[in-house]
Design a protein around this ligand. Structure first.
Ligand SMILES: NC(=O)C1=CN([C@@H]2O[C@H](COP(=O)(O)OP(=O)(O)OC[C@H]3O[C@@H](n4cnc5c(N)ncnc54)[C@H](O)[C@@H]3O)[C@@H](O)[C@H]2O)C=CC1
Ligand SMILES: O=C(O)CCC(=O)C(=O)O
Length: 531
């Protein structure tokens, strides 16, 4: 297995790969075309914020299984392309929280006290001049925080300690969470109007791109000071330059730019703006944070490449470890049942109904639904490279919806997973259960009760319950040198319709399968399920 680090990575992160016996190549600063050329040989890619992981790079990554972002923001990774290709994207949600929050404070204080400007005058220009550098205090001022997540909350805590009043806008945070931390939740307009200092800690998304623009600056208090240590492009740079030039905004402390490769061409740097403090995206640049994020993401990559699950997946929310843990015992059963349906039902269907019964109903079964879907889809299209990441997307593309229901009521078993699909020919269903003593069992197929082991190769026959069917079947299998490992029959009544599940030890050829389909009493073609 080979891992490519296309941005600078701490040596502690590199050591994690080496310890796991994975080859790690450090090749930084490569343009897109070069990355496209070399990515096909890699199983994993690890980046910081410099590499733009474009659809072209992802598409070329034929062996790629995981992309790790040694940091928080994943806006430099094309998530839809990764998801479509079944590539898991992970990040380090907490590794640089403190670094980014402390950097925000450093930027805020530098801006308030004009430290960079005074430094330039004295150290660079050798001028002793104090008068242009009178600043303002933070004490007693109102701080508006947009985005009260991990970084925003830590900044708020520190600013409260500095004697500021803190108000915040975050539609996903409860009033109780904020109030318990001494922060008042307000509407965005109110925060913008009331803040003396405004700090942004939101991700860059389609919704937040250009959020702070000319119209918003006009609505702010005259003389407001703004910090952006979140993402470039959340503030419209030309509009901020204009607001700084006019004095509507008295100061801006900017860590991040819309196009960081061309930051010097930004309207903010293209003109003299004495109230601007700017640095080249240093929020996470501390020794501690770089070790944290690199080790965190490297460990996740190693775990995933070794078949485990990531602790911070970004593009597969239903596979979060906390959700996965309670349903772990049922994962195999669920996947096998999906495979059964995918191979047995030959007609098209547009809805999969899943019923979770008994003790499984007590936990969130959503990861099981994804695994069932994966089992179904990979059976329908074995060449389709279906995995946990892209299964929901492929289902959506195929117009297959998944409906699930939970009931703690059960009749005979402690737990049951039932899958039902409706096709033009009628309803097909399977029900499975996990037994503490004997393990996984198929307990019902199309309404017929039985107890079959979902393992190896299963021959599925729909037939009339009458003498001779099993005898003829035994003859054909014997002739084809196929050994029977187990046989289960479920029937509605004596002489009625029945279903037979036969575990066989070796592959059966098409000629033998055709003969079986012609057995007197068979109601449908013989079908094979491979688990
Ligand atoms: N400058 C730097 O070096 C660094 C920058 N960052 C940036 O900071 C951002 C925040 O990081 P964390 O606090 O760790 O993330 P987080 O996920 O803990 O917090 C983000 C918060 O923003 C809120 N939010 C989302 N959309 C919003 C909207 N439209 N309006 C208001 N609030 C909204 C969320 O509810 C959440 O509470 C990251 O997305 C990343 O872009 C993160 C680390 C370092
Ligand atoms: O990798 C870096 O230095 C930038 C960190 C960052 O912006 C993030 O974690 O979102």
């Amino acid at each position: 297995m080979k891992v490519l680090a296309s941005d600078k990575l701490s040596k502690d992160g590199i050591a994690v790969f080496e310890k796991a016996g994975l080859q790690i190549d450090l090749k930084t600063g490569l343009p897109e075309d070069e990355l496209v050329k070399i990515i096909p040989e890699y199983d994993a890619l690890i980046v910081r914020s410099e590499t733009k992981v474009t659809p072209k790079i992802i598409k070329a990554g034929k062996k790629l299984k995981i992309i790790g972002r040694a940091g928080v923001g994943v806006d430099n990774i094309d998530l839809p392309s990764a998801t479509e290709q079944g590539i898991i994207v992970v990040n380090s949600p907490e590794g640089n929280t403190i670094a980014a929050a402390e950097h925000t404070l450093a930027m805020m204080l530098s801006m308030a006290r004009k430290i960079p400007q005074a430094y330039d005058t004295l150290v660079k220009n050798h001028k002793w001049d104090r008068s242009p550098f009178q600043g303002v205090e933070l004490y007693g001022k109102t701080l508006g925080v947009v985005g009260l997540g991990k970084i925003g909350s830590h900044v708020a805590k520190c600013c409260l300690a500095l004697g500021m009043k803190v108000i915040a806008y975050d539609p996903f945070v409860t009033k109780e969470y904020a109030e318990s931390r001494g922060i008042e939740i307000k509407k965005l307009d109110e925060v913008l109007q009331e803040a003396d200092f405004l700090t942004l800690h939101i991700p860059k998304t389609n919704e937040t791109k250009g959020l702070i623009n000319r119209e918003k600056f006009a609505a702010m208090k005259k003389g407001v000071r703004i910090v952006n240590c979140a993402r470039g492009g959340i503030i419209v740079e030309a509009d901020l330059a204009e607001a700084l030039a006019s004095g509507q905004v008295a100061g801006a402390a900017i860590d991040v730019f819309e196009d960081e490769k061309k930051a010097v061409e930004s309207p903010l740097l293209a003109q003299e703006l004495p109230t601007l403090v700017a640095v080249p995206h240093l929020g996470a640049s501390t020794a501690e944070a770089q070790i944290n994020v690199a080790v965190d993401v490297a460990q996740q990559i190693v775990t995933v490449l070794q078949g485990g699950s990531a602790s911070a997946p970004v593009n597969i929310p239903t596979m979060k470890p906390a959700l996965l843990e309670p349903v772990k015992p049922y994962l195999n059963l669920a996947e096998k049942m999906g495979r059964f349906i995918g191979q047995v039902v030959k007609d098209t269907f547009s809805e999969v109904e899943i019923n979770y019964k008994g003790e499984i109903a007590a936990v969130d079964p959503s990861p099981l639904s994804t695994i069932i879907l994966k089992g179904i889809l990979e059976s329908i299209n074995p060449e389709g490279n279906v995995n946990f990441v892209n299964a929901p997307l492929i289902a959506k593309e195929k117009n297959i919806t998944v409906k699930s229901a939970r009931t703690e009521k059960v009749r005979d078993y402690a737990n049951e997973i039932e899958i039902i699909v409706n096709t033009k020919k009628g309803k097909a269903s399977i029900c499975g259960s996990l037994f503490a003593s004997v393990g996984e069992r198929i307990i019902n197929v199309d309404g017929f009760t039985l107890s079959a082991i979902p393992e190896g190769i299963l021959l599925v026959l729909s037939h009339q319950d009458k003498p001779g069917v099993v005898g003829q079947l035994g003859g054909i299998l014997g002739e084809a040198k196929v050994n029977i490992a187990g046989l289960q029959v479920g029937r509605e009544k004596i002489g009625g319709k029945a279903i037979m599940l036969i575990n066989i030890d070796n592959e059966i050829d098409t000629a033998a399968l055709d003969k079986i389909s012609k057995i007197d009493g068979l109601l449908d073609k013989a079908r094979i399920v491979k688990f």
